[in-house]
Design a protein around this ligand. Structure first.
Ligand SMILES: Cn1cc(C(=O)NCCN)ccc1=O
Length: 117
């Protein structure tokens, strides 16, 4: 048969990759600073400095509630976690180092997973 047009990627297959990626992020040994929202009451200055807090638990909730229309919106939120971390923490701090390691891991994995599609 004449080759048919490439089937459009259904949104849920795009989001399936996001669920796989998020599970890997949560399981990473350096994920501990990012697993839940930063406690604004117990971290002085965080509320003022970080305009758009984000964390892996919030991302999971948004995935479950279909609040991501595509991969791009998911990637934006994950990168927000790491950008917030770099803004608020010194690079040589425990949390700063964890953030850099998590970002490197994420960048590697989503290019691997997306290049495969
Ligand atoms: C990502 N991040 C986390 C914390 C924190 O205190 N997390 C609780 C770990 N149990 C503080 C600053 C920050 O940028």
């Amino acid at each position: 048969l004449v080759s048919c047009a490439k089937r459009a990627k259904t949104p849920n297959s795009e989001l399936a990759v996001c669920r796989v990626l998020l599970a890997e992020l949560e399981a990473h040994q350096d994920a501990w600073p990012f697993l839940s929202p930063v406690k604004l009451k117990s971290v002085p200055g965080y509320r003022k400095v970080i305009k758009k807090p984000m964390d892996f638990f919030t991302i999971k909730e948004k995935l479950i509630n279909n609040m991501y229309l595509n991969q791009e919106n998911f990637i934006i939120d994950v990168n927000l976690v790491f950008d917030n971390c770099q803004k608020f923490n010194e690079d040589d701090s425990e949390i700063g180092q964890a953030g850099h390691r998590m970002k490197r891991f994420f960048d590697k994995r989503w290019t691997e997973l997306l290049r495969k599609q």
